[in-house]
Write a protein that binds this ligand. Sequence first.
Ligand code: DGT
Ligand code: CA
Ligand code: CA
Ligand code: ZN
Length: 578
Amino acid sequence: MDKDQVAAILSEIGVLLELKGENPFKTRAYTNGARVLEGLTVPLETLVAENRLGELKGFGDALQDKVATLVTTGQLKYYDDLKASVPPGLIEMLGIQGVGPKKVKRLHDELGIDTIEKLEAACKAGSIAALDGFGEKSQAKILEAIAFKRQFASRHRLVDALEVAEPILDSLRSHPDVIRCSTAGSLRRWKEVIGDIDFLVSSKDPASVIEYFVAQPGVRSVLAKGETKASVILGEGIQADLRVVADSEYPFALAYFTGSKEHNIVMRQRAIARGLRLNEYGLFRSTEETRDPALRVACNDEADIFRELDLAYVPPELREDQGEFEAGEKDALPRLVEWTDLKGSLHNHSDWSDGRNTLSDIADRMEELGLQYWAITDHSRASFQANGLDEARLLRQLTEVAAVNRKLEERGSDFRLLTGSEVDILKDGLDFSDELLAKLDVVVASLHVPSGEEAENTRRLIAAAENPYVHMLGHLSGRLLLERDAYKLNQRAVIDACAATGTWIELNASPYRFDLDWRLWHYAKSKGVRCVINCDAHRLDHVQWLRLGTGIARKGWLTKADVINTLPLDKLREALRR
Ligand code: DGT
Ligand code: CA
Ligand code: CA
Ligand code: ZN
């Protein structure tokens, strides 16, 4: 097991102990242990091999033993027993927003509630409001949160789906009976939130592929298993469908199951208009529904299908019936940005505010990955809960960034950290003076505490865009996918203001945000607004989000030229000075 997996188990142990009412010191030892592991910069295996776990802060004998066992064997009896001793419904209750381990324990101890259903019934009967320290208000909140959770139970963030789908796809690819395979559906189209995962395989021996699929380690239960398809529930509670087809049908099945439905409908109409029929089995020379192979137009891949229908190849991200047909007919589809075009990220945090890592560790890693720059834009002072920097600390940070850059220069590296701030947009302006902002390489302005009024939020963001020292607006809508909607805001009006002032807009690549939404980039681009794909990294491994965010930029029809952080360092500096 690697450090993140071990850390996840330690956190879970902490929660389980809290549910059981263990003493807080013991609980905290595990929670803190998890945090320490997450922040490790040396490989955990090395520490275990050299018997050095004791050097870690707060790691007593018991914790050392458990971590060593997990790293070397991948298992831990203590954890398995502990988990088996807690009713699964209690753990599910933790998934309700605002209900933590302490509350779950009290609900269980005092009212015998051990499932979400019982909790809901108790709320409706008014018995939660009667509990000490709960009250009418929190009872209503719990009911609302239960409804919210249900609504999203079958919807998952892209990143969570990718994490389980990619290992299975690799595994399918390695099977000797698999000829071609791919994901399809919303996952292949890179939707920010997906319902279920779709896999497509071509093979001469569907039965063996189906057996292999349902036996994958990620599979929790099998919902259905037929001769050419199967549906399973994966470990994370995500449903996945597999279809197996003959290789001659593969391109048609891939196009069909990639969707979207709206895109498919237009494709079918285009076929009919040409005296053909298109379905999941083929493109047929026929004026009525058929799947007769003798009538099939030979196509080796999806590009052939598009060509038969007088279209340029449409990348999966664009298959939403949002203009791809009009552009595809004229061969005017954009050449979409690729994540390898990106040279760095311009909105990131360090341990100076609420990030995990030091400036020099960040520089080392991003340099190692071949990036050219990485801006440190920690929170400003109004974000006190995120340990925001005041003016004095920010000035000190500038000196420290300069020191890191000097070292880079001495060792002949061209990589540079950039200075900056994610400055809060307050009611009456920005959290820092123009004079201070002028000293920074990069200024990202973000609204963290919105008002309840659309006009007011819009006004504040437009004012920020009008400030000449602000390079870009951060996570414009404030949404958190599957958690919180955008705040009330006229996004188009803000985009217009950015267009008028030459302010860039961030595409926040955090898979919880993907903000600005891809549906609005088409509009922003048409107004001439440029995009910055930012990780908003709080940990080193968030750099991976550049790939996710680029997929969203592609859905928004963006090209390399539309994205500022594809510029090499010298050109970027010029653009920042403007
Ligand atoms: P999801 O799973 O809700 O995130 O969205 P999709 O797009 O993955 O939808 P899904 O899994 O129900 O079906 C996969 C694809 O199969 C879908 O994108 C298009 C195609 N498809 C499914 N049902 C229909 C249909 O009734 N008509 C058409 N034209 N295509 C369909
Ligand atoms: Ca799907
Ligand atoms: Ca499906
Ligand atoms: Zn922020």
